[in-house]
Design a protein around this ligand. Structure first.
Ligand SMILES: Cc1cc2nc3c(=O)[nH]c(=O)nc-3n(C[C@H](O)[C@H](O)[C@H](O)COP(=O)(O)OP(=O)(O)OC[C@H]3O[C@@H](n4cnc5c(N)ncnc54)[C@H](O)[C@@H]3O)c2cc1C
Length: 501
């Protein structure tokens, strides 16, 4: 179908923020006949999925593990287009290599025989337990993702309807606790519970519903967007503009204008303003209410109540480009530190910067050499750190020290002469998330995904008081991660398209 043939109606909407959630919502609205304007504060779209080009290297800022491609393909299929025409997804195998300080390794994939062999190498008795865990994971995936992952939870009744499933899967237990029911080896417990960290959750306290990530990856695989996640973002923009959507970059919204209990439009830092029938914010949820809606009592009230909630940790990411290629280092590695629960307690509860850390190492050039100049490699090493509410330190001072320690550890475990090979490097800290993304407390994933902040207890896709104000992204149901925020866009779009009929 050509753009001209799309039946765009008289209704208009503004989406604030071009993260994955904002982009997915904007496409759904435009495809549904609502003239949509996407307003982004930064010079490039993507939000957490921003990117930098330095000295010939491409550094993706955020998401690197692409899961559930069909949730993205839908955004093209809505208008009869094909995602594959705009972006190539490449399979990644193994999904992750896990590595412990005693040099034990575990290659994590969705190949049953390989997984059983990997488990048996560490603890033969856990092969049967893994089968049972997989069965559990498949059940919560069906209930929590397939059935409810893109449904808005607008009232408490919707929560009550979900209660039998929550009870059946003992959703009050943590992912680590459920994994421990099936699996005895501590290393394997870590291997099957660390995934909640990818959406900001502590495996020790995040609801066991999040064990669904295992099944999500098993069925859908782990993928890489050729050229980087930034190319996937660019492809989403292409699709949006192709069907008539308008993008305004580098102009942060300064105010969501309202009259009584209706939103009338938005104003931006440059002085531009627009009137819209509906406004949806993909910006940080605290920023959206507290700052953008500051002159409406609803904004002030919500801003205050949201600040009492628990926010996920920050991330400290060291980006570096090195001379040489490293075919032996897989695309995704977790370098576990000596502690698991103790380290998580330090990050989530005590708010200290520990001496030890676990590192997620991203090595895109092993899949896609186009991310670096010939004969060179691109990496990022990421460690979770307490958010700025728990750990109010000066990152300008601490950052360089932590960067050095992280590079030393990658050198000690994988690249012995790392310092002499580095061509370019820089880091990104919680203070940068606050400054660049308006992220409350520098949190990398918005509200922490605990049971009492999930579904109806999370940000609602439509505001309870202002009927033409909507939210989308990590602070809303179902939560962070690309499949999560793309699911939230589906939930929000469903409401908006119905309301704007
Ligand atoms: C380092 C890192 C690694 C990650 N890895 C993965 C991964 O491998 N796989 C995965 O699935 N997920 C991953 N995640 C999580 C995932 O990236 C996020 O949950 C998701 O991208 C958030 O999308 P969002 O729609 O909530 O919007 P965001 O990405 O938060 O974007 C919000 C946008 O709003 C804009 N904005 C803010 N204020 C204003 C304003 N006033 N006016 C206009 N615009 C404004 C911001 O500039 C931003 O562009 C990772 C996250 C991080 C930080």
């Amino acid at each position: 179908m050509s753009a001209a043939a799309l039946p765009v109606g008289k209704r208009s909407a503004c989406v604030i923020g071009a993260g994955f959630g904002g982009l997915a919502l904007a496409i759904r609205l435009q495809a549904g006949g609502v003239q949509t304007t996407l307003v982004e504060g930064r010079d490039k779209p993507g939000g957490r999925a921003y990117f930098w080009e330095k000295d010939g290297f491409t550094f993706d800022a955020g998401p690197t593990v692409i899961t559930d491609p069909p949730c993205l393909e839908e955004l093209w299929a809505l208008t009869g287009h094909r995602m594959a025409d705009d972006i190539e997804l490449m399979p990644v195998m193994p999904f992750y290599r896990l590595n412990w300080p005693d040099s034990v390794q575990f290659d994590y994939s969705n190949d049953d025989a390989a997984m059983n062999a990997e488990i048996a190498r560490i603890e033969p008795g856990d092969v049967a337990g893994y089968r049972d865990f997989l069965h559990y994971s498949a059940g919560v995936y069906e209930e929590g993702y397939v059935k409810l992952g893109h449904k808005p939870f607008l009232d408490f009744t919707s929560m009550i309807k979900a209660a039998p499933a929550l009870a059946k899967y003992q959703a009050w237990r943590s992912v680590y606790s459920i994994v421990s029911k099936y699996i005895q080896s501590e290393k394997l417990r870590e291997a099957f519970s660390f995934h909640t960290l990818l959406v900001g959750g502590n495996p020790m306290t995040t609801s066991s519903i999040y064990a669904l990530i295992h099944k999500l990856e098993k069925d859908g695989g782990v993928w890489w967007a050729k050229g980087g996640t930034n190319r996937l973002v660019a492809a989403l923009v292409t699709q949006f503009e192709r069907i008539g959507g308008q993008v305004r970059l580098g102009d942060p919204v300064s105010r969501i204008a309202s009259l009584g209990d209706r939103i009338t439009g938005v104003e931006t830092a440059s002085g531009w303003s627009g009137s819209f029938d509906a406004v949806a914010s993909n910006a940080d949820i605290v920023h959206s209410y507290r700052d953008l809606l500051a002159d409406n009592p609803r904004g002030r009230r919500m801003g205050k109540s949201l600040r009492k909630k628990r926010f996920s940790p920050g991330l400290f990411v060291v980006h570096f480009g090195v001379e040489g290629t490293w075919p032996g280092i897989p695309h995704h590695m977790i370098l576990f530190g000596p502690r698991y629960k103790g380290l998580l307690d330090d990050i989530y509860e005590h708010g200290v910067l520990p001496q030890d850390f676990s590192i997620y190492l991203h090595h895109p050039t092993v899949t896609d050499p186009s991310m670096a100049p010939d004969g060179m490699s691109t990496f990022y090493a990421l460690v979770p750190v307490a958010n700025q509410g728990k750990l109010p330190i000066d990152w300008d001072q601490v950052g360089p020290v932590l960067e050095q320690r992280i590079l030393d550890e990658v050198g000690r475990r994988l690249i012995p002469d790392i310092h002499s090979r580095i061509v370019t490097k820089f880091h990104y800290a919680p203070a940068d998330f606050s400054r660049d993304l308006n992220a409350y407390l520098g949190s990398a994933f918005s509200l922490e995904p605990i049971l009492t902040q999930s579904a109806w207890f999370r940000g609602h896709n439509r505001d309870d008081v202002i009927p033409n104000l909507y939210l989308v992204g990590a602070g809303t149901h179902p939560g962070a991660g690309i499949p999560g925020v793309v699911g939230s866009a589906k939930a929000t779009a469903g409401l908006m398209l119905e309301d704007l009929k």
